[in-house]
Write a protein that binds this ligand. Sequence first.
Ligand SMILES: Nc1nc2c(ncn2[C@@H]2O[C@H](COP(=O)(O)OP(=O)(O)OP(=O)(O)O)[C@@H](O)[C@H]2O)c(=O)[nH]1
Ligand SMILES: [Mg+2]
Length: 244
Amino acid sequence: MSPVKRVTARIRKPRKDVGTGKARNFTVAGNREGAKTAGASALPFAAAAYTLSVHDPRELPRAGAPEIAFAGRSNAGKSSAINTLAGRRRLAFVSKTPGRTQLINFFSLGEAGYLVDLPGYGYAGVPGEVRDHWKILVGSYIAERASLAGVVVVMDARHPLTELDLTLLEWLRESNRRAHVLLTKSDKLSKQAAQATLARVRAQLAELSPGATAQLFSSLKREGVEEATQALSRFARKPRGGAG
Ligand SMILES: Nc1nc2c(ncn2[C@@H]2O[C@H](COP(=O)(O)OP(=O)(O)OP(=O)(O)O)[C@@H](O)[C@H]2O)c(=O)[nH]1
Ligand SMILES: [Mg+2]
């Protein structure tokens, strides 16, 4: 479909705009909208600042303020979603070569906590070694991280609930983690198809992962930002362990 092609081309272009006044205006407008509707207790996404990257679970910083982690398949749009919530172009690196960088990236929200960009999974070109590393790094983070307040499960709305997504949801359930699903790239579906997907995913989640919530999201169109802001702010407010 030609609209899809147009959309893909447009989302790559803005990388050139980094640091321009145009990009800054975009930031401010986006976050004002979120702050106004999500109330005073919304997390300060606009303040997000890169803090550190971790390649080995032993290098994780001491657990402290609540962490909201973004997990999902490679190329699903995790880093883009973080950038969109923060209203920034290149806070989290949007990959051209998915699945290569096996790092956990931390973005501080000041005293409110951290946004955590987890490495993606399921990219076909990735060697077994990298997959094993992903399992250890992400698996141990999800199972053991005391300060993990909730996980945003990022899935491409055109291909939700793949086998590896189901594995992730199972890990989350086993560890009694809160989960909120972002069905990203919803701009690539018609309104009707997107709504049908959302209904189907919600029905499946009710079986697989009771308590998990889901929504449509588009980084390109900035759709679903307000709903995501509210869901993530709820994660940070409630104490850990009450999922489901
Ligand atoms: N049309 C459209 N494209 C998007 C959207 N979100 C992300 N993309 C594109 O999808 C590709 C992957 O996005 P990333 O944010 O790097 O995906 P990721 O999940 O962080 O990938 P890994 O870091 O490899 O795990 C990029 O080319 C983005 O521009 C969206 O909402 N709409
Ligand atoms: Mg990424």
